[in-house]
Design a protein around this ligand. Structure first.
Ligand code: AMP
Length: 112
């Protein structure tokens, strides 16, 4: 069965797409937790970070470099937070790897 994010990538479900390349897509989160809340999603449907294999090394590097690109695009390059929820206990709801990119406000530490 396709994940929600695969359906968004395939344009079967609408989303605010703010960036796309051959390996990943970035969309506005539907329930933003900050003035800027982006989800950066690899097109490859990896369930979660802990299921990445050695062969995914270049893809992971690409995702991190895309975080830099997208935060530059959005003018939050100086200060932003990224978050990956890995597994239910960590708050993961969509089992298709994604990086939350949050910006536009001050963040506290530790997170809840
Ligand atoms: P996680 O809890 O880390 O799996 O994050 C899933 C995220 O997907 C949540 O922040 C949701 O608000 C977001 N989300 C769920 N459905 C959609 C959708 N249709 N479009 C954009 N974001 C969504």
């Amino acid at each position: 069965m396709k994940t929600l994010f695969e359906k968004i990538i395939n344009r079967e479900i609408p989303a605010d797409i703010i960036y796309e390349d051959e390996l990943c897509i970035a969309i506005n989160d539907i329930n933003p937790q900050a003035p800027i809340h982006i989800l950066l999603i690899p097109k490859k449907p990896i369930k979660k970070l802990s299921e990445c294999k050695k062969e995914d090394k270049d893809l992971l590097a690409h995702l991190f470099m895309t975080v830099v690109k997208v935060t530059e695009m959005l003018g939050i390059h100086d200060s932003f937070r990224i978050n990956i929820n890995n597994g239910e206990e960590a708050g993961q709801e969509v089992f298709h790897l994604h990086i939350h990119i949050l910006g536009g406000r001050k963040f506290n530490w530790p997170p809840g």
